[in-house]
Design a protein. Structure first.
Length: 256
């Protein structure tokens, strides 16, 4: 993906990594459309950030995805980048079905079905563009699990393998697949994470990510240094040790 000159849709871009990335990409000379569920929040983002367009979308609702896709393509027919950013994280105790099932279903619907439905809604249009990119968002926890978030880990592992497979299927088309692999970042993904000293500061994550996007436009994965502790634990032959470290410390430590 080239760092400038794109038209980019970021559903799930109203806060955290999504919004910070949207603003950074706008500042690099891209047209950016942010999607989210809350109309009043979208209106405030548009008012406070000139150059950012917005569209209402609920990525857990197939009809909402289809309607939003129609609006985005109609208003921005030059759209060539989809960043499937929307995601949630829930603490689950699988020893008690009544305490985890609803949360697990919510995580899978948002983190896995959401991106699948988004890609389905945009893939035909993206293939008409001469240089298009689908950006998925996995996690370091796709590769080394945090015991308190089973469904999140599983959903992000699925996103990783989906990305790998889509890249094979789309080979020979104009559409590339790029995967963002974030570590724990100071956002509101989990309560208290935005102030946790072990999580990576948001501005540092965005700065390093933008540098990687600019220097490696053909990269398959965008991995900041902080996430490699988890991403390559098994490759290094340290999987069991890293799992033990990750799950014996603060949930946001060690690049989770």
């Amino acid at each position: 993906m080239q760092i400038s000159g794109n038209t980019i849709f970021i559903p799930g871009g109203t806060s955290g990594i999504g919004l910070a990335l949207a603003l950074a990409l706008r500042d690099k000379g891209n047209t950016v459309i942010v999607g989210g569920r809350r109309t009043e929040l979208l209106e405030r983002i548009a008012a406070e950030n000139p150059g950012i367009d917005t569209v209402t979308i609920d990525t857990t609702d197939p009809a909402s995805i289809q309607a939003a896709a129609g609006q985005v393509i109609a208003r921005h027919p030059e759209l060539n980048v989809l960043i499937a950013m929307a995601g949630i994280m829930r603490v689950e105790d699988w020893r008690k079905p009544e305490s985890f099932l609803a949360a697990a279903e919510e995580v899978v619907t948002t983190n896995l079905l959401g991106p699948i439905r988004l890609i389905a809604a945009f893939i035909e249009h993206l293939q008409t563009r001469p240089d298009a990119t689908i950006v998925t968002v996995s996690s370091g926890l796709a590769f080394t699990p945090l015991k308190i978030t089973p469904s999140y880990n599983a959903s992000k592992a699925a996103i990783h393998m989906l990305s790998e497979t889509l890249r094979l299927q789309l080979d020979g088309t104009s559409v590339r697949v790029m995967e963002l692999v974030p570590p724990s970042v100071r956002t509101t993904l989990l309560p208290g994470q935005e102030t946790n000293e072990h999580a990576m500061p948001l501005e540092e994550y965005i700065a390093e990510t933008m540098e990687l996007l600019e220097s490696r436009p053909d990269a398959k994965e965008i991995q900041v240094e902080r996430v490699k502790f988890l991403r390559y634990s098994e490759v290094r032959g340290e999987y069991d040790e890293v799992v033990a470290i990750l799950n014996s410390t603060d949930p946001h430590a060690s690049g989770a």
